[in-house]
Design a protein. Sequence first.
Length: 228
Amino acid sequence: MQILGKIQNEHLPVQDVIITNISTGEFSESNDNGEFKIKGSAGDTLNFSHIAFSSFNEKLTDVILALEVLNIQVSDKVNTLDEVTVNAFPNINAVSLRIVDHKAVELTPNERRLQTAGDFKPIHLLAILGGSLPLDPILNKISGRTDKLKKLVKFDQDEDYFDFIIDNQSDFIKTTLNISKEEFNRFIYVLVDNAEIKKAIETNNNTQLQFFIQDLALQFKDKQRIEK
């Protein structure tokens, strides 16, 4: 029979989940809304697999088959180390033990998914000669999934710059530079797309930041006059 399902992660739809009926070999893939269709019978086992979430199996029962929609919740992949107590030696940590080379950086969900997906490089093809081919990076490149994740990571980063400018430079932009309320958000997007603006924010150089903002404001107003 036909099974209708929806896959979510923390109440958000998850696309590109591969659903395989292990018993029959049939497979499907969730769409942008996390929805999927697949045929199955009582006793069949469905496998759910995704680059950013933990894979798992679900055995079909009469109760499950009676559901109008099979709702599936997936969880993020988590890589853990066995717990070690080192409280007696406060100087011992992951860095000193050479488990990591530097202090761990907290990743956004999209950065974590990009890291999990990997990236394709021409050198991966050399692995064919040694009989070992890293398929995940290549498949992700072919499907465009890695590029999509990179765009999402950039969006996360740009959003941080956007918020910083709104919180710290709004009065300067509106009052000193006379950017109208109607053009304010559009001008902020121009700033966020500028490498010098980003560098000034990262180095906490407010004088340089306002200099670049003022320069871009002149260009922005000139362009507005031309367009009108």
